[in-house]
Ligand binder design. Structure first.
Ligand SMILES: [Fe+2]
Length: 438
C-alpha cells in the first residue's frame, strides 16, 4: 500500500513520512510540490491515500483533486484547504491545521488499521533525512545490504553517537533514502523524533508570531514594525496605499488570478508578510533616489510581490549558495530554488500593463544577472532598481528572523557581510536616510 503526501513544509513532510513509514508495509511517497508528484498517481499501482497540504500550487491542486475523484475510484484524499468547496465521499477537507499533530493524528487514524502488516522483520525503515534532527542518535542505525534474499542489516551508527556531518549527503548521493532501526526501538524512536519535531514547530511559530493572521493584521503589524525601526509613518502609509492600489488593480484582472493565488497564500503567512514588507521598504527606498518615477515605483512593487512566488516559507529563508548546497532537500527542490529568480522573472515578461523592467528586476533579485543561484558577488549588470530589491529583501529577512528590537546599523552590517559589491553603498545610504531615528 502506498500513501502519496504533498506537504509544503519540509519538517511536517518529514514528520508525516516518518510516522507512517514506521508501520511496515506502507510505502510513503513524500513530495513538497504537487507538480513534481502528480505523475505518480498514474504510475504507482497501490496508492490508497493522497494527503495534500500545499496551497502554493492552487491550480495544480484543484486539477489533481478533480482527476482523482473522477478517475481513481480506489484512492481517498485528505486535503487541507479553507477555500475548496467540493463535496465527495472520498474527499476529506480540513479547513486548516493549527497544530502539526492534528494532521498526523488524522492520517494515522484513517488508515492505521488497514496498514498493520503481518510481515515479520526485525528492522523498521526510517527516513534518512529524519536523522538530521537529532543532536545525538537515540538508537542504533542500520543499513540494509543489497542481498535481498538474506535481508542483511549492517550497523553503521551507535545509539548516543552524533550524526557525522557528511552522513546524509554521502548516502543521499548514493540514492539511499532509508536507513533502519531495530523494531524493538521503534516506539522509542518515534516518540523521540515526534517530540523534536513538535518542539521545533512550537519554537518556530512562537518566534515568528504569525499564527494565521489575517492580511489586515499582517499589514498593521508591518506598519508598526517599520515605524518602530524608525521609518516615517507618513512614508510607510504612502507605501501601503501604493501597494494596496496596485494589488487592487491586479485583483480585477482575470489573467492575474494564478499569480495572485501564489501571493495570497493563507497557509504560508511568512511568505506573504515577507513580500508585503519588502514591497513597502523597497518603495520607501526608491523614493530616495533622483531617478525615482511612478514607473520605477510600480516596477519595484510588482517585483517585490512576485519575485518569490512558488516558494515555501522554508525556501524563503535559504538565501546563499552555500546553504543551498548543504541543505538536505531533494535534488529537484534544490534545482527549482536555484532557478526561481529566472523562472519567476519570465512569468512576468511581456505582460500587458506591467512595466517592462519588472521581469529583469525579478531575474536579478538575488544578484545574479542570469537569475541563477544566490551568489555573494553581485553581477555588474544588476540594475539600481534590482539593487534596491536585493537590499530590501535582505533587510526584511533580517527583521523577520531576528530579535524584536531591530537596529538598522546591525541590519546594514548583515547586508554588507552577505554581499560583496561597492554598488550597494548608495542603496545602503539611502536606507539610512529612510530611518528617522537610527
Ligand atoms: Fe528569491
Amino acid at each position: 500500500m502506498q500513501i502519496l503526501i504533498f506537504e509544503e513544509k519540509k519538517e511536517l513532510l518529514d514528520l508525516l513520512a516518518m510516522n507512517l513509514k514506521m508501520n511496515n508495509g506502507i510505502e510513503v511517497i513524500p513530495k513538497l510540490f504537487i507538480s513534481e508528484g502528480k505523475g505518480f498517481v498514474d504510475i504507482l499501482p497501490e496508492i490508497k491515500l493522497i494527503v495534500i497540504n500545499n496551497s502554493t500550487e492552487f491550480d495544480a491542486r484543484l486539477d489533481l483533486i478533480d482527476y482523482v475523484l473522477k478517475e481513481k475510484e480506489d484512492i481517498e484524499m485528505i486535503v487541507v484547504s479553507g477555500t475548496i468547496k467540493t463535496e465527495h465521499p472520498r474527499l476529506m477537507l480540513i479547513d486548516r491545521i493549527n497544530d502539526p499533530e492534528e494532521l498526523l493524528g488524522l492520517v494515522t487514524k484513517k488508515f492505521s488499521e488497514d496498514f498493520l502488516s503481518q510481515e515479520e522483520s526485525a528492522y523498521s525503515p526510517v527516513s534518512l533525512n529524519n536523522l538530521s534532527y537529532f543532536k545525538k542518535l537515540p538508537v542504533d542505525i542500520f543499513l540494509k545490504l543489497k542481498d535481498r534474499d538474506n535481508q542483511k542489516f549492517l550497523k553503521v551508527l551507535n545509539s548516543g553517537d552524533s550524526l557525522p556531518e557528511d552522513f546524509i549527503q554521502k548516502y543521499n548521493d548514493k540514492s539511499v533514502a532509508e536507513v533502519f532501526i531495530a523494531k524493538s526501538n521503534k516506539d522509542e524512536f518515534s516518540k523521540e523524533i515526534s517530540k523534536l519535531f513538535l518542539e521545533y514547530f512550537k519554537a518556530k511559530s512562537q518566534k515568528e508570531n504569525v499564527t494565521f493572521e489575517s492580511f489586515e493584521e499582517i499589514h498593521q503589524k508591518s506598519f508598526e514594525q517599520m515605524t518602530d525601526i524608525g521609518f516615517s509613518p507618513m512614508s510607510t502609509k504612502l507605501a501601503m496605499e501604493s501597494v494596496g492600489d496596485l494589488m487592487g488593480t491586479l485583483e480585477k484582472r482575470k489573467d492575474f488570478k494564478v499569480l495572485l493565488n501564489h501571493v495570497y497564500k493563507t497557509d504560508a503567512p511568512y511568505s506573504y508578510r515577507f513580500s508585503y514588507m519588502t514591497s513597502l521598504i523597497a518603495h520607501a527606498l526608491v523614493k530616495k533616489f533622483p531617478w525615482c518615477s511612478e514607473s520605477n515605483l510600480q516596477t519595484i512593487m510588482y517585483a517585490a510581490m512576485f519575485s518569490d512566488i512558488g516558494l515555501t516559507d522554508n525556501h524563503l529563508r535559504l538565501r546563499t549558495d552555500e546553504k543551498l548546497k548543504k541543505s538536505i532537500m531533494g535534488k529537484e527542490d534544490k534545482e527549482m530554488l536555484k532557478k526561481h529568480a529566472f523562472e519567476n522573472g519570465n512569468k512576468l515578461k511581456n505582460v500587458k500593463g506591467i512595466p517592462a523592467e519588472v521581469s529583469k528586476t525579478i531575474i536579478q533579485h538575488h544578484g545574479a544577472h542570469n537569475g541563477l543561484g544566490f551568489p555573494q558577488n553581485i553581477s555588474a549588470q544588476v540594475t539600481p532598481i534590482a539593487l534596491c530589491l536585493i537590499v530590501s529583501q535582505e533587510f526584511v529577512h533580517f527583521i523577520l528572523n531576528g530579535d524584536n528590537k531591530i537596529n538598522v546599523n546591525e541590519a546594514i552590517d548583515h547586508i554588507n557581510e552577505r554581499f560583496v559589491s561597492i554598488k550597494l553603498e548608495p542603496v545602503l545610504s539611502a536606507l539610512k536616510k529612510c530611518i528617522l531615528k537610527p
